[in-house]
Design a protein around this ligand. Structure first.
Ligand code: PEP
Ligand code: CO
Length: 478
């Protein structure tokens, strides 16, 4: 359904594509452009947080390779997700987005991918069962390989090196060589995303996500007995409900597969632009590297290249909103990114910090509501609650994460708006990166299994525990 945007040097306007002539495109492309993608973005705008690629030829080669590769997702799937986002924005569904802060090539193994999918499926079952709402399952997965950094340099002792910017750019290893940005990595991002997404699709469409396996997802998994027991009890109830339905002759297809969407931060614009294609159904541009992409807190400058990028693609998109966001910023973002007020187009992912959300969120929500615009409000309770443990590990308290979600629900309850979803950094493994939770991970425990390449993630048990607590908030709201 897509065609490659690689052939740039074409003679006529129409021969770069066999199935769509650019003069048929509804989008206002300049007539001088041989390929509308080249003319789509304003390349003169400043792009924050971009790597300084030392080898421009290697970069050009990577870009033209990426441009020749097939899309990872189909634009129709992005539209389906957009419709689901619109449901969540209207309070008819709940958005669950989770995965690594930074995926790595090394961790794209069957076990790691399966454990993350299981965790999200389990959380979704808990939320759906507890709240009787459809849950939209979205992985921070199959593309989440690039990181914005607060400091360009990382200093250890008296050595200072370029910061790690994600496997898309350089290597985590603390050597000068490893930290040189290498554009060949962008092609590896595509390949690893493709392999990950293939397994995600196989698991979620091929029988593994069947609701009747709700017990299976937990096998050999939950170490913490309290959460494990609670999950098993819920799984038993779901099992009984399914048996009851089957005995009545009802065995719907809907229980056998799930829709699982891929998302990541659209950070490295060379990558995202190279994977932006014209959808042959509609003639409109989509970023086919994921179903949903978001713009981070550090790159959402209103006059910057990232917002220009987000403006031009037709995917459902998100923007992170941190504590400095003003109501005017929120309204301008809506006007820029969704001038036509298309339902499901725009998600605001707030990350204020547990201590600030009750004070900082209401003015934003009020301004948006008053404007008449509809956005999906999602709570990221991770990025406003990071601190350094005495041992030097970056961590987060489970209680702070929980409290930010609570504050998010309280604010929306008070204002009569919808707490539409959560955005969580998590992994399916028993890591020790965030403190607290039922297993009471302490500052001293962090060293036991601290594996993240970037920010600390909830482990499997903490993720399930959070899901149970959020399910209660959702149920109480109704
Ligand atoms: C992230 O989601 O990993 C991230 C960097 O978030 P933010 O842009 O909100 O800081
Ligand atoms: Co993060």
């Amino acid at each position: 359904f897509f065609f490659s945007s690689r052939r740039r040097h074409t003679r006529s306007l129409c021969d770069w594509s066999s199935d769509v002539c650019s003069s048929d495109l509804p989008y206002p492309y300049p007539m001088s452009a041989a390929n509308p993608i080249d003319a789509l973005f304003d390349n003169s705008l400043r792009a924050a947080q971009q790597p300084a690629w030392p080898d421009k030829t290697a970069l050009d080669n990577a870009i033209s390779t990426l441009r020749s590769l097939p899309p990872l997702v189909f634009a129709g799937e992005c539209d389906n997700l957009k419709a689901r986002v619109a449901d969540a924005a209207a309070g008819r569904a709940f958005w669950l987005q989770g995965g690594d802060c930074a995926e790595t090539f090394a961790a794209a193994t069957a076990d790691s991918i399966r454990n993350r999918i299981k965790t999200i499926l389990q959380m979704a079952a808990v939320l759906q069962y507890g709240a009787s709402l459809p849950v939209i399952k979205v992985g921070r997965m199959a593309g989440q390989f690039a990181k914005p950094r607060s400091n360009d340099l990382e200093v250890r002792g008296d050595i200072s090196l370029p910061a790690y910017r994600g496997d898309a750019v350089n290597d985590l290893e603390f050597t000068a060589e490893a930290r040189i940005p290498n554009p060949d990595r962008l092609v590896r991002v595509y390949n690893t995303s493709s392999a990950t997404l293939n397994l995600v699709r196989a698991f979620t469409q091929g029988g593994f996500a069947d609701l009747r396996l709700v017990h299976e997802w937990n096998k050999g998994f939950v170490k913490d007995s309290q959460i494990g027991t609670r999950y098993e009890a819920m799984a038993n109830e779901i099992g009984r409900a399914l048996d009851f339905m089957r005995s009545a002759g009802v065995n719907p297809e809907e229980f056998k597969t799930v829709d699982f969407f891929a998302s990541h931060e659209a950070l490295i614009l060379e990558y995202e632009k190279a994977l932006t294609r014209i959808d042959s159904r509609t003639g409109l541009p989509y970023d086919v590297s994921a179903h949903f992409v978001w713009i981070g807190e550090r790159t959402r400058q209103l006059d910057g290249a990232h917002i220009d990028f987000a403006k031009k693609i037709r995917n459902p998109i998100g923007v992170k909103l941190g504590p400095k966001t003003t109501p005017e910023d929120a309204l301008t973002l809506i006007n820029e990114l969704n001038p036509d007020r298309e339902p499901g187009r725009l998600t605001f992912i707030t990350r204020m910090g547990a201590g600030k959300i009750r004070e900082l969120l209401p003015p934003l929500v009020n301004a948006v509501t008053k404007s008449g615009a509809e956005v999906l409000w999602v709570c990221d309770p991770m990025h406003g609650n990071t601190y350094e443990a005495p041992s030097g590990y970056k961590t987060r308290r489970f209680d702070d994460v929980l409290d930010e979600v609570k504050g998010f629900f309280e604010v929306h309850q008070k204002l009569g708006t919808h707490p539409g979803g959560i955005h969580i950094e998590l992994t399916g493994d028993d890591v020790t990166e965030c403190v607290g939770g039922g297993a009471e991970i302490s500052h001293e425990d962090l060293a036991t299994r601290y594996e993240t390449a970037c920010d600390p993630r909830l482990n499997h048990t903490q993720s399930l525990e959070l899901a149970f607590l959020v399910a209660e908030m959702l149920r109480d709201r109704r």
